[in-house]
Design a protein around this ligand. Structure first.
Ligand SMILES: Cc1cc2nc3c(=O)[nH]c(=O)nc-3n(C[C@H](O)[C@H](O)[C@H](O)COP(=O)(O)OP(=O)(O)OC[C@H]3O[C@@H](n4cnc5c(N)ncnc54)[C@H](O)[C@@H]3O)c2cc1C
Length: 489
């Protein structure tokens, strides 16, 4: 029997931006959907989705150089185009909610912030120029600018240029309509929309322990209240596991066949945060550089202005590190508990193939503040130690899985796993993450409920199912309307 969204119920495990996006999407398509959300913390949006636990970049492939590697001598653009199109889906969805609900205020979580790529040294400059020449021909990126002129770079981002390294060559590209997103605020606003609707239950302080397939139909969800220690079981026809880093653990406990052999590779993060308002005032951009040799793509350093609840903050990082925890408020047993017979081979193969990455992460965890400041000084040569302090970011759990060709591999993207009957889905992995939440959750909803050509989806996301890069006319119509509505022009 096919699953449909009429008279349906869904239980969401975890109250981050993913679960809340899915819940709101489902309520738009069918307001009668019964939604239950179970969150282990006392509030939603306190893990990776919380404002300073992530970098808040509206990932659109504008400045992230890891999305455009050199392959066979050419700059590979497909990933940057894909991520940009997925981010446009989020923008369209937020613009739809903005129009429909007066209390939904994108300007409180979305801020136009130029996206700049910045490199030094001849080889890097040659790469950036080549990337610019290729990518600026694509309609999605046609507004990109390139320069090697130090004065122009200084005008774009004054902190990058110093008298100290007057002789060194540098280059930069800029997309003016880049964004900074406070995903924590977005999560809160989605929750506020949701709880106004009928048939919505939010259960806080409750940890889902396991989920079992019922004999005839649906799922049994076992959870315990972390304050009262009461144990409860509830039933649901459909389940979405939006438990962030813990999604892999739950899939394992359930023995989901489709996730057999999978394991999680947790990576911690830290930021350097500037407390000098005079320095913060000088920077209004997100400036991405190139990953250091042997470092994972998610540790590409960047210097970002963040505006959170009206307060400007300057952040540099992330400094990745090795950890055993799958969540910021997780346990040191998270990783050891997921070692199973069906994934130990994959884990050993991945760890042995990635020794240099492991060593890099361990080294980064033990890094001195002098070394961190040295990394910062590549971007901001005049940085003073006393202006910067260290802060913990969220955890990212990368996917380790078996693969026929290489035996096992480590993936830095995200993946949605469905059970065979499509009534349970889980999001695992880390990047590009929250930026593409609307795209990912549309995928979950349409697959789970077998929705094709749904009228409401087209209303919410006018470009749904269309490649905007291949249809520049539609792209320009959508951007013209939505960018001015969201203040991104
Ligand atoms: C350092 C860092 C930088 C990042 N930078 C960016 C960026 O610039 N741009 C971007 O788009 N993305 C970025 N991301 C990724 C982004 O933060 C995530 O993709 C996004 O927040 C994931 O949302 P989520 O809802 O899946 O998970 P989360 O926000 O982590 O929410 C999961 C929730 O599930 C709850 N939970 C877990 N287990 C259970 C259980 N058993 N029972 C009940 N509840 C449970 C948790 O308490 C949590 O509230 C970054 C992440 C990190 C860590």
């Amino acid at each position: 029997m096919k699953n449909s969204l009429s008279n349906q119920d869904i239980t969401l495990i975890g109250g981050g931006v993913m679960s809340l996006t899915l819940a709101v999407l489902m309520k738009e398509v069918n307001p009668n959907t019964k939604v239950t959300l179970i969150e282990r913390l006392h509030e939603c949006g306190m893990e990776s989705s919380q404002a300073l636990n992530n970098a808040g970049t509206g990932h659109a492939g504008n400045c992230e150089l890891n999305y455009t590697p050199i392959k066979n001598g050419s700059v590979y653009l497909d990933r940057a185009i894909e991520v940009n199109e997925m981010f446009e889906t989020s923008l369209q969805f937020w613009a739809y909610l903005d129009k429909k609900y007066p209390q939904f205020k994108p300007k409180k979580f979305l801020r136009k912030t130029p996206h700049i790529s910045f490199v030094k040294g001849e080889a890097n400059i040659a790469y950036l120029k080549k990337r610019y020449e290729a990518i600026s021909k694509e309609p999605l990126f046609e507004e990109m600018e390139f320069t090697t002129d130090r004065k122009k770079i200084k005008a774009w981002a004054p902190l990058l240029i110093s008298k100290k390294d007057e002789d060194s060559s540098a280059a930069a590209t800029k997309i003016a309509h880049g964004t900074d997103v406070n995903f924590g605020e977005l999560t809160k606003q989605l929750l506020a929309l949701l709880i106004k609707q009928p048939n919505v239950t939010i259960i806080l302080n409750s940890d889902v322990k396991t989920i079992k397939l019922k004999k005839n139909h649906g799922w049994e969800i076992y959870y315990s209240n972390l304050l009262t220690k009461n144990k409860t079981v509830m039933y649901a026809s459909n389940v979405f596991i939006g438990a962030g880093g813990k999604a892999i653990s739950l899939l394992q406990q359930m023995k989901v066949k489709e996730a057999s052999g999978y394991a999680g590779f947790p990576v911690s993060g830290k930021w350097l945060v500037c407390s000098n308002p005079l320095v913060v005032k000088k920077h209004n951009a997100k400036v991405y550089g190139q990953a250091l040799p042997k470092s994972p793509p998610m540790s590409i350093p960047h210097l970002d202005l963040r505006v959170i609840e009206g307060k400007n903050t300057l952040m540099f990082g992330p400094f990745a590190g090795f950890t055993f925890k799958f969540l910021k408020y997780g346990s040191f047993f998270d990783l050891p508990k997921t070692i199973k017979i069906n994934n130990i081979g994959t884990m050993i193969r991945v760890f042995s193939k990635n020794i240099s990455l492991l060593l890099y992460l361990i080294k980064q965890s033990l890094q001195s503040s002098k070394n961190r400041m040295a990394e910062l000084k590549y971007f901001y040569p005049d940085a003073l130690d006393e202006d910067w302090s260290l802060m913990d970011a969220g955890k990212r759990v990368q996917i380790m899985k078996g693969c026929p060709k290489e035996g096992a591999k480590l993936e830095f993207g995200t993946e949605i796993i469905f059970t065979k009957n499509k009534t349970l889905a889980a999001l695992i992995g880390a990047s590009p993450g929250a930026s593409v939440s609307a795209h990912s959750m549309l995928n979950v909803m349409t697959t789970m409920f077998n929705l094709t050509n749904d009228k409401t989806i087209k209303e919410m996301v006018p470009g749904y199912g269309i490649s905007l890069n291949k249809n520049p006319k539609i792209l320009s119509q959508i951007r013209k309307k939505i960018y001015s509505q969201l203040g991104l022009n």
